[in-house]
Write a protein that binds this ligand. Sequence first.
Ligand code: 5GP
Length: 203
Amino acid sequence: MGCKGQLIVISGPSGAGKGTVCKSLLQKNDFWISVSATTRSPRNDEIDGVNYYFITKDKFLEKIETEDFLEYAEVYGNYYGTPKSEVLKVLDSGRDVILEIDIQGALMVKKSYPNGLFIFILPPSMEELKNRITNRGSETPESLITRFTSAHNEISFVSKYDYAVVNDTVDSACKKIESIVIAERCRVDRMNGVFLKEENINE
Ligand code: 5GP
């Protein structure tokens, strides 16, 4: 019907399980996930160009200057940003795009792209959030404390989002997100009056 893809912005505190939920969504749907650029060092299992584009701070600052990012933010002392041109190209092709980004970045996207779908993932409880971050084993004791503290602050931003999804199990969280995306696709205001044209009614 010539509609653009939906921009699906997913945020949530560290340990809410955003990464796992997004991975599962990608396995079951034709979503495209944006690969961010970051100045953070790769973790053991991370691959450049797959998990992130790992770049230097100088390069990152240069890309800010040349307006290459749809949004960017400093998170836990490192820069993270979404490459703009790739995302816009995929949306134009009609495919839905997922951005898994932090709250500051999401709020920046909301200003330039208010039609985006803003989804906040919550852990089932703060206790469970703590267990998940600790069991991940990739954080230093200092970064664990930073992430716990910011998690509390981050959760207060849920009201800025369109939808809140509790990640009790990955399967149910995915089902909820898939349902939100389907419902959103049926919104009359997303269809640009396409049903007013007779030739489109039987499509
Ligand atoms: P991590 O270092 O654990 O991979 O990510 C830390 C935080 O940065 C997460 O909340 C993640 O969602 C966020 N993040 C990842 N990529 C981007 C991005 O391109 N922009 C913004 N604003 N945040 C990002």
